[in-house]
Design a protein around this ligand. Structure first.
Ligand code: ADP
Length: 616
């Protein structure tokens, strides 16, 4: 019996064929998952008592026949009767593709808009074949095997088949000239490992090659039929999770921890998300979250389903409720998809909370590795921040971990609602020392994301102000005693005379440590503005942003005391100027690098000073 498959297909088929060309590998996924479905249907019927128990193990075989240029997909599932072939292959099968075409024909050129995978199902086989043949025998008693053949996918012929003695279906693809790569074992194996690694029925790859001795059946299936994410978390050991991670992500290092997602309601979602160990801040960007649909791999890193910041993690997510045949624009507008995404965020937040609460020590140990991820997540998703804000840790200069509220509470007597932070431990070591002298605490915020994160925290907590450790300290350092007022003015004027405009404000304090003659403070606001300016280098803001510097001169320091003694000695004036400027430069130098001009002046002056010592 012969016939036309569908009147409309003539228009659609060539377009779809061309369109899919860039990703033709997926026909393998489609045929293998159909085969698995057929097996699952049989299992189901057996369990319902509507089919008799299978006498052989269920399997799907993919057979490369180099001799005949064919690629064969063989299963022992339910098979089809002639009527079913008519119905499912000739009529129904194409309707999905037709619907899809009608829905998206306006978008046909926006290739990026399409995931590149949609359930063309069985007909995707024509992307690579001149002829496709189905031999199938239904599980139903007294069925006869039928053969369906079509060249090009537009017309078909159905005859009796002598090729199936046992229940199941064999689909034979006669590969076209451009698709000979699918006769290579390596190629086919790779595709199977990519898309079918976790399908629920054992899949075997066989090669028939007349030149070589027939390769005996590979004994090991390609796939793991019972992937870890489907198991109940209570049945999985740490070792199981680690092993799965290493296998799936071909990774040698161990994940820090993981979250097993297991949701039945209001939608179905299972998966495992791993927090990888961080080697450096930028490596995180290489995360990978694999999206599955009923154990069939769909694609990596679909940001419509998985919130962008979670793509920094590694993991698998299986979402049977998502249709495979979807375009990205569909996913973006789908309510369920945004629910899924929200739910994943919630789960990740809950896990972090419970780690913080129940395994504080571990949580602190992980913190350095996960902080960039968490901060990025907060910046991307405010709801995530709101959920975990009390679980964001800050490492202090004393190597302790505190939350923002803990820090504020602890320091509210000394500096209410002010957070002091260090951006570079080495460069700011002078100030850290100063802080320790004063029993003050500061937190370390030294990753590149912290600039944005600070602004974000300030925006979420209006009353809190972040100040770098070298800024706006004057209030804290101020001594209460006023008795030195006059003497202090003398010192201040001395420096003003010799140093001048380079410094905006001068102030004299008695610092706890005698060793340091002076330190520089830079106003937080002016520094942030200057940093912003340098970020937008080349743009004219119509004004200059200079860092506003304050020099704090330490009247407890012996050099300063000596300067005061000598201040009226006209002969020493030149020397005094040298020393004052040198003190300022050293203070600047311990704040940040000098400019090249400043540096050469500093060196000149230094040489003069050394000469003075030598000629003593
Ligand atoms: P879909 O899988 O999305 O339904 P397909 O075009 O892949 O669409 O397949 C159409 C139908 O053909 C299937 O729903 C199934 O009823 C039948 N079919 C396809 N492959 C097989 C198979 N290997 N064994 C039994 N039935 C099959």
């Amino acid at each position: 019996m012969k016939g036309n498959i569908s009147i409309h297909t003539e228009n659609i088929f060539p377009i779809i064929k061309k369109w899919l060309y860039s990703d033709k590998d997926i026909f393998i996924r489609e045929l293998v998952s159909n085969a698995c479905d057929a097996v699952n249907k049989h299992k189901k019927l057996v369990s319902l008592g509507e089919a008799s128990e299978s006498t052989e193990d269920y399997s799907v075989k993919v057979i490369i026949n180099k001799k005949n240029n064919t690629l064969i997909f063989e299963d022992n599932g339910i098979g089809m009767t002639e009527e079913e072939v008519q119905k499912y292959i000739n009529q129904v099968a194409f309707s999905g593709a037709e619907d899809f075409f009608n829905k998206y024909k306006d978008k046909m050129n926006e290739e990026n808009d399409i995931i590149g995978h949609f359930g063309l199902g069985f007909y995707s086989s024509f992307m690579v074949s001149t002829k496709v043949q189905i031999d199938t025998l239904s599980f139903k008693e007294n069925s006869k095997a039928v053969r369906w053949v079509s060249e090009g996918g537009l017309e078909y012929e159905i005859t009796e088949s002598d090729n199936r003695k046992q229940r199941g279906t064999t689909i034979t693809l006669f590969l076209d000239e451009d698709s000979k790569e699918f006769l290579e074992e390596y190629t086919v194996r790779n595709i199977l490992e990519k898309y079918c690694a976790f399908l629920p029925v054992n899949i075997y790859l066989e090669v028939i090659d007349e030149d070589k001795e027939n390769k005996e059946d590979e004994l090991n299936p390609i796939n793991d039929t019972n992937p870890l994410w489907l198991k109940s978390p209570k049945d999985c050991t740490d070792e199981d999770y680690k092993e799965f991670y290493k296998k799936v992500f071909k990774s040698f290092d161990e994940p820090l921890f993981w979250i097993h997602l297991n949701v039945d309601y209001p939608f179905n979602l299972k998966g495992i998300l791993y927090f990888p160990k961080l080697k450096n801040e930028f490596e995180l960007i290489e995360g990978k979250v694999k999206l599955f649909n009923n154990q069939v791999f769909v694609a990596d890193n679909i940001k419509e389903v998985i919130p962008e910041f979670l793509l920094l993690l590694k993991g698998v997510i299986d979402c049977p409720d998502l249709p495979l045949n979807v375009s990205r624009s569909f996913l973006q507008n789908d309510k369920d998809v945004s629910k899924i995404s929200k739910h994943i965020i919630k789960k990740v937040g809950d896990k972090l909370k419970s780690l913080h609460k129940n395994e504080k020590e571990n949580y602190e140990k992980f913190w350095d590795d996960i902080q960039v991820f968490i901060k990025f997540g907060c910046l991307k998703e405010e709801s995530f921040y709101d959920r975990i804000k009390e679980d964001i840790l800050f490492k202090t200069i004393n190597d302790e971990y505190v939350t923002l509220s803990e820090y504020l509470e602890k320091n509210k007597e000394k500096h209410e609602n002010k957070v002091f932070y260090v951006t570079n431990k080495e460069q700011q070591s002078q100030y850290i020392k100063l802080f320790k002298d004063y029993e003050l605490d500061a937190i370390i915020l030294d990753s590149s994301i912290d600039n944005h994160f600070i602004s974000f925290i300030e925006y979420k907590n209006h009353e809190v102000k972040f100040n770098r450790i070298d800024s706006d300290l004057s209030d804290i350092l101020k001594e209460d005693k006023e008795e030195n007022k006059e003497a202090n003015e003398v010192i201040e004027n001395l420096f003003k005379d010799f140093v001048g405009e380079r410094i905006k404000t001068y102030s004299v304090e008695g610092l706890k440590s005698k060793d340091t003659p002076a330190i520089i403070l830079v106003s937080e606001h002016s520094r942030r503005m200057a940093e912003m300016k340098s970020q937008f280098a080349g743009m004219d803001f119509g004004m200059t942003f200079e860092e506003e510097k304050t020099l704090i001169i330490n009247n407890n320091n012996d050099i300063i005391k000596k300067l005061v003694e000598l201040k009226d000695n006209e002969e020493k004036k030149e020397k005094l100027s040298l020393i004052c400027n040198q003190i300022v430069d050293i203070a600047l130098l311990s704040n940040k690098e000098l400019t090249s001009n400043e540096l050469s002046e500093f060196i000149d002056r230094n040489n003069k000073l050394m000469n003075m010592i030598v000629s003593l």
